[in-house]
Each structure stands twice: as C-alpha cells, then as structure tokens.
Design a protein around this ligand. Structure first.
Ligand SMILES: [Zn+2]
Length: 396
C-alpha cells in the first residue's frame, strides 16, 4: 500500500505530491522522491479526503433490476408495508444489491458508508446477512458501518426487539430506531427498548426521526433525556431531525443547545420536500453533522443517486448555501462531518492520516460541487479502488 500520487492540489490548494507509505500519508510536498514506489498522476486535480456516505440503505436498492414502477404514493406506513412485500415479489437479493450500491458509491469517491439495514419479523436477519457479506467482500475498499434498523416498527411487531439484539450479536454496529410516536405510537416503549439494547451491548444509536414540528421536538426531548440518564453522551445520532427545521428560532435554539450538551450528532439528506435542520447554524453551534443520500433507486422513490458530491449539491441547495465558503461547508458535511459522526480515526489529508482520498477535476472545491466533478481516481488506505468514476471491482 505504498503509492506516490503526483501533481494534485490537496483540498484545492497549491500543487503537490502525496507520498503514501503502508496505507498512510507519509508526506505532502513538491517533487517528492520515492524510488521504487508505484506512481499515479493527478494531472492537477483537487485531492479531498474520501467522501463519507453517512446515511443510506444498502439493502433496499433495485439498481440493475429494471425500472421499479411505484404505485404507492407518500403514506409512510404504506411505503413500509409495500417494501416488505416487494422484497419477496421482486426476489431482491440483499447481498447482490448492496454490492451494486456500495460499488457505485466507491466509484463516486466514497471511502466510508453507514448503512441502516432492515430487521423485521418477515425477513428476520436476511438483509443483515447479505450486507455483512458485502462488507466482507469489500473490506479494504470501503468501510461499512451497519445500523440494525426496525423499519417496520418495533413495539407494533413483537419479536423485532429480539431480532435487533441478534443482529447486534452477529455484527451490526449500532441500534436503529424509527419515529417512536408516528410509527410505533409508543414513544416510551420504543425508546426504552432501543436504549436498553444499546446500553446492554455497549453500542451507539442512530434513530430515524421524520416527525416534524412539536411531535418531533417531543421525541427529540425523550431521546435527549435517555442519552443523559444512561451516560450515552457522544454515542447517539439522529437522522433527518426535520423538527429542527421548524421556523421557531428560540425553540430550535434550545434543542440545538441540548444536542451540543449531549454531543448528539445529526445526519441530514437535505430532503427537498421537507423542512430540514440548517447545516450552517448547527455546525456553527458545534453539532457534529454528516449527510447521506438515503435510499437509492428503491421502492420508496427513484430520485437519489449514490454520489456524495451530488448530495453536497442538494444539501447546499436546500440550505440556501451560495458563497464558495458555504458550498465548501456542504462538501465538508459530506466528508469530514460524516467521518466525525462515524468516529473514523485518522481521517483527513495530513501526514499520518489514513490515505483515503479521491480526486476531483475542477478549479475550486465549490466548482467541483456545482459541476458534480469527474473523479478520475479514488484511493482507500493507499490502494486504488476506482478510476474514472467506476470501481475496479465489477458489480455482480
Ligand atoms: Zn433512511
């Protein structure tokens, strides 16, 4: 895993070479000399640390399976039930599909993924097993963190909590959750269950919270309460958190202050159809913030693309980020921000950091985001994983 990367511009700065030794950045400077080390030419492209997809669902995509004709609409419960049935009807193979999705992300410059994986009483741990196999197959190309996710509900489907526990025993890294009021209609039961599971197994939590306005604020308060009382500061993340987008400044400020106090991370997709947490405001307050594309080409919708540079553009658009520095912030949420949420050690483009990086063709970082810049080369721990936007490993 030694490599000399010639003629790149680290985070858009001056041209330099990057020398990688044993998978780590050993030196950055002009005209580095490293006899015998393989060389890649950067041709003046921008080098950035690997992109981080911090909220997705590798087990859901129908990529490569033809067009999925969606006749479900937007009712959340209907979409959940439809998906559970469609997995069987379509013959969706979670390993094959998660390989396709993960390899597309690698092609687009991704080096780290946090994926939620459905755990339910119809399919048991089948999706987890498929994604675990993908994680093993792609080890060394991308790091995959798995959230055991009760997509169909927890209290409303007895047996799910035991399956979540089994998923943690078999290799899931975090406990997921979902709209404790809206889906389970039992916020205390839902949150007590997932926090107890996480506490017992020493795992973190990443909970989907779509509930908007007062209802979401109520659920968020219950999450904060449990984080505080169990001493889980820094181990909890909330995905979506649309309630933080409500137009009540003092109310949301109190929530943001509480998030900072308990170091609860927020993951956003910049959902165009919802009120979303304001990236600039939360980051300025000190909230760890990452982003993700969410489900890509699945039974929920046909819109998202497996590309965190595209996501940076969507986050920027949704947050009214226009100045170059603000567009760079959107990119940083899609890279360093997600890495901070996932607790990735040695992330960055400094000597000593793991050599996880991707090249962007463009004059500046903001231009690269605006253009969805080509990515000629992606490197994971010193190994080339993708060229010209395509992973070197062929998708099944
Ligand atoms: Zn999601």
């Amino acid at each position: 895993m030694d490599l000399l990367l010639r003629d790149v511009r680290p985070v858009g700065g001056v041209r330099a070479d990057i020398l990688i030794r044993a998978g780590r950045i050993a030196a950055i400077g002009a005209d580095l000399d490293a006899p015998g080390v393989p060389v890649e030419q950067g041709h003046g492209a921008i080098a950035v640390p690997g992109l981080v997809e911090a909220h997705t669902h590798l087990d859901k995509t129908v990529m490569g399976m033809g067009w999925y004709e969606n006749a479900v609409g937007t009712d959340l419960r209907a979409m959940i039930d439809n998906e559970r049935a469609a997995r069987t009807a379509l013959g969706l193979d979670p390993h094959r599909q998660s390989m396709r999705h993960a390899l597309a992300l690698i092609g687009a410059g991704t080096t780290h993924i946090r994926t939620h994986v459905d755990i339910d009483t119809d399919h048991g741990l089948a999706m987890l097993h498929g994604v675990l196999e993908t994680r093993d197959r792609l080890a060394g190309q991308v790091d995959i963190e798995i959230v055991a996710f009760p997509q169909s509900g927890l209290m409303v489907r007895p047996g799910t909590a035991d399956l979540l526990d089994a998923a943690l025993a078999e290799g899931a890294d975090l406990v997921g959750g979902l709209d404790p009021c809206g889906i389970d209609r039992d916020p205390k039961g839902h949150l007590d269950t997932i926090f107890a599971l996480a506490d017992r197994r020493g795992k973190g939590i990443d909970i989907h919270l779509h509930e908007a306005g007062d209802l979401g604020a109520f659920s968020l308060d219950l999450i904060l309460e449990r984080t505080r009382s169990l001493g889980m500061r820094g181990k909890v993340a909330v995905s979506h958190a649309f309630c933080l987008g409500m137009p009540d400044w003092p109310r949301t400020q109190a929530m943001i202050d509480a998030l900072v106090e308990q170091d609860i991370a927020i993951l956003t997709t910049g959902a165009p159809s919802r009120e979303v947490p304001q990236v600039k405001r939360l980051v300025a307050a000190g909230v760890r913030m990452g982003a993700g594309c969410d489900g890509v080409r699945d039974t929920w919708n046909p819109w998202n693309r497996p590309d965190m540079l595209d996501r940076a553009r969507i986050v920027a658009l949704r947050n009214n980020l226009r100045a170059d520095a603000d567009v760079e912030l959107a990119l940083s949420v899609c890279s360093a921000g997600g890495a901070a949420v996932m607790g990735v050690a040695g992330y960055g483009l400094d000597p000593g950091c793991t050599a996880d990086l991707t090249l962007l063709v463009g004059r500046t970082l903001a231009e690269a985001v605006a253009d969805g810049a080509p990515r000629p080369l992606t490197i994971k721990a010193g190994r080339v994983t993708a060229r010209h936007g395509a992973a070197l490993t062929e998708a099944p």
